[in-house]
Write a protein that binds this ligand. Structure first.
Ligand code: TRP
Length: 333
């Protein structure tokens, strides 16, 4: 569905919701797949964007690390253009109604539905001893989505199945207790569905192949220079579509620039080093102004805190309404 047809279906009350975990500096994959599309949607309807700190507890982070990462992630979002006057921006755990809804939803969630979740199965297959929270993670995420009666959920491809779980739970709840929740749609930007990391695999913190949005510029430059390519000589003609440098270049460039770069790949005579340098320049043009804004924000943690508190107060209005309705429907009132 494109942005225009979504608007026709949902009107200006279209609810957009997404969350991101405070697990450390967000990378280009997070930015292009979720942060940027979610921020753009703040102009299209009612956007709820939050820092999913409860989800991060499933990995038992260190106290100081978690606190620092929450503040920094908030600064990242604000620097990237999230406007707290337009979007409701908050910390997940500041709206305690969420855990109540999680419990109620868990009581209609089949265990098998959670057992089938790839993200859970992958983690277990990789040797993580799962805690109950990790298993429950999709129910908590469903509560996030349903609490705010969301229509559109911009996420990376890896979260698609979790939005489908939320849909299944919504259908089940509506069947048992009567029409309550709209069915959420995952929104996945197809052109950025899989963003390649510096080693050519999907960009992911667990592969150690990420390029962060912010941080020391020299170190970031080194990461761009490290991107793995094939071993074609400068003179040889190259295939842009199988090259990780080109895949990242496309995210920053406009159509004309993309075509020109593709033509230079095919013509031969382009050194991968040159392509990397040009990609890095594109990165700088995009992120340097945001970097300055971020530095100002990080220097004022109290301001960030006040934005998050304010957002939570607004989010709680909707959450309380939903919980009244849900409790009444299930027979708790
Ligand atoms: N689980 C998501 C992630 O790790 C973050 C998240 C939590 C989320 N709740 C959500 C995303 C609700 C979209 C909607 O990326």
């Amino acid at each position: 569905m494109n942005d225009r047809s979504q608007k026709q279906i949902y009107g200006k009350n279209m609810r957009i919701l997404s969350g991101i975990q405070p697990t450390g500096a967000p990378h280009l994959g997070n930015y292009f797949a979720m942060m940027k599309p979610a921020i753009e949607l703040q102009n299209q309807g009612e956007a709820f964007l939050f820092i999913a700190d409860y989800h991060t507890l499933t990995t038992t982070p260190n106290h100081n690390t978690l606190r620092k990462q929450i503040t920094e992630l908030a600064a990242d979002f604000l620097a990237c253009g999230l406007n707290p006057e337009k979007a409701i921006f908050f910390r997940q755990s500041d709206v305690p109604e969420l855990t109540e809804l999680t419990w109620i939803l868990s009581c209609i969630t089949p265990v098998g539905l959670l057992e089938r979740c790839h993200s859970y199965k992958d983690k277990v297959a990789n040797g993580i001893a799962p805690n109950c929270g990790l298993f429950f993670y999709p129910v908590l995420m469903s509560a996030d989505i349903l609490m705010y009666k969301s229509n559109i959920v911009p996420v990376g491809k890896d979260q698609k199945q979790h939005v489908e779980v939320a849909r299944d739970i919504a259908i089940k709840f509506n069947n048992i207790y009567g029409e309550t929740f709209p069915l959420p749609e995952p929104q996945i930007k197809e052109n950025v569905a899989t963003i390649s990391g510096t080693d050519g695999r999907k960009m992911s913190k667990s592969y150690g192949n990420t390029i962060p949005l912010f941080g020391n510029e020299n170190q970031i430059k080194k990461l761009f220079m490290k991107i793995v390519t094939d071993s074609k000589t400068p003179e040889e003609s190259k295939d842009p579509d199988s090259c990780s440098i080109f895949a990242l270049y496309k995210l920053f460039a406009n159509e004309r620039q993309i075509e020109e770069m593709a033509a230079r790949y095919r013509a031969g005579g382009l050194m991968y080093g040159t392509a990397k340098q040009e990609l890095f320049e594109m990165y700088k043009v995009h992120f340097t102004p945001l970097r300055e804004k971020r530095e100002e924000l990080v220097a004022d943690p109290q301001y960030i805190e006040s934005i998050l508190r304010n957002g939570a107060e607004k989010a709680a209005i909707t959450a309380k309404k939903t919980m009244e309705e849900v409790k009444e429907k299930v027979g708790l009132r």
